[in-house]
Design a protein around this ligand. Structure first.
Ligand code: IPD
Ligand code: CA
Length: 271
């Protein structure tokens, strides 16, 4: 268990309260955002990413002094213990900066590369998703479950594109077309955390992405597992943190999704 006297049941309400406080900061910034730093050609940081992250990191350090933290904007805050929080203060920064209300705060707790607890908070819609290893997943305190869609041809998937899309030949555009032809539709929502949370809830049947970071998916990958679905790398490995690729699904569709990723244009089309 994380910490001498702390259990996962203690951790979740604390993490939820921290995510709510960060959410209040982020909500305040919607519609009046100025990028403060350009990280890449299409990748930037706003003052709200920074302010929310400062609040999250200082709160986690106060509550869990023995836990390391890896945060999107400030990087590593090392400790000697085996637990590490991975923090995305705004997953969906591009949406947020354009005033598009689809973004979330994501806090995942890893033991090694295994997610053991996670919360994803969508402050615009006041949706708090949380999960702990072996204890199920919930939305605003109510248990949630993945969809029961067994047929890829009828499934609604989501995907995303990494910020190096202009220069990386493995930029997911070929796979996007392959899935668009083999499903009911593919959405690009712009928040990996919500792609996972919404798969856990059954709004989506699955999601895949290459070039993903631990803070984007640690909490979300666990949510899907705890909601009865499956989470792997795009190669099908249980560890999706180290490879930096992810497939989440309701479980029933998982092998069909992995097959399209493996076979590409040669994968069967729906009848
Ligand atoms: C991004 C979003 C997006 C995904 C990118 C991520 P950010 O995170 O999750 O949906 O496609 O790969 O980097 O930058 O908004 O936190
Ligand atoms: Ca982010």
């Amino acid at each position: 268990m994380p910490g001498k006297d702390t259990t996962v049941s203690d951790i979740l309400p604390i993490a939820e309260a921290i995510a709510r406080r960060a959410g209040a900061i982020v909500r305040e910034g919607l519609g009046r955002v100025h990028p403060v730093r350009q990280k890449g050609a299409i990748d930037f940081v706003t003052e709200f990413d920074q302010r929310a992250e400062e609040l999250i990191v200082s709160s986690l350090q106060r509550e869990f002094p023995e836990h390391a933290i890896l945060a999107e904007e400030s990087g590593h805050h090392p400790r000697t213990g085996e637990y590490q929080w991975v923090v995305d203060p705004i997953d969906g920064t591009t949406n947020f900066a354009h005033g598009l209300p689809l973004f979330a705060i994501s806090l995942g707790l890893l033991r090694g590369n295994v997610p053991v607890a996670g919360v994803i908070y969508d402050p615009r819609h006041e949706e708090m998703f949380s999960a702990a290893l072996g204890r199920g997943a919930s939305l605003n305190g109510r248990p949630i479950r993945v969809s029961s869609q067994p047929d890829l041809g009828q499934a609604l998937l989501a995907t995303g594109f990494a910020y190096d899309i202009r220069t990386n030949p493995r930029n997911n555009l070929a796979q996007f077309a392959q899935f668009q032809l083999r499903t009911q539709g593919v959405r690009r929502l712009g928040s990996a955390a919500l792609d996972c949370a919404w798969t856990a809830l059954g709004r989506l049947d699955g999601y895949w992405e290459f070039g993903i970071k631990p803070w984007d998916v640690a909490a979300g990958g666990l949510l899907v597992r705890e909601a009865g679905g499956r989470t792997t790398s795009t190669a099908g490995d249980e560890d999706f943190i180290a490879p930096g690729t992810i497939v989440v699904s309701n479980g029933l569709l998982h092998e069909q999704i992995l097959r399209v990723l493996r076979e590409g244009d040669a994968a069967p089309l729906p009848k």
